[in-house]
Write a new protein. Structure first.
Length: 135
């Protein structure tokens, strides 16, 4: 059920030798992820439940889900990029069926994120699902 972009990420994680390399890769993904326009960093796009400042700006065009996002923490920007690889480009009707926890376990993220970061990822996934459900 995962998109090609996410499958490529899974393959990259399998290739990387240890978690530090994977962590650096997630940070690099965050650095490469396009920044969110400051005008979109408003209370309506802020994600509660994250230790860092996080904004997600979801959009549905032609029945396809996408989102922009940003965080003040580089690892969280990378996690946003990971979620983007998992969700963006899917038909909006599929978003609720994605088992994000299972897909992220394939990357080993469940074992290597702090409880605060894990809670933040869950909050971002919940926001994505809520927006898709109302689209």
């Amino acid at each position: 059920m995962a998109r090609d972009e996410f499958e490529e990420l899974v393959e990259t994680f399998e290739f990387l030798d240890d978690w530090e390399d994977r962590y650096r890769h997630v940070i690099d993904m965050g650095k490469a992820f396009p920044p969110l326009d400051d005008a979109l960093k408003v209370p309506a796009t802020k994600v509660d439940g994250c230790a860092s400042q996080v904004w997600l700006y979801p959009r549905v065009e032609g029945g396809t889900f996408d989102f922009a996002g940003e965080s003040d923490a580089m690892i969280v920007r990378g996690l946003i990029a990971v979620l983007h690889a998992l969700y963006a480009g899917r038909p909006v009707a599929e978003i609720g069926a994605v088992d994000a926890a299972a897909e992220l376990r394939r990357l080993g993220l469940d074992e290597h994120l702090s409880s605060q970061r894990s809670n933040g990822v869950r909050a971002m996934v919940q926001r994505i699902r809520e927006v898709a459900a109302t689209a």
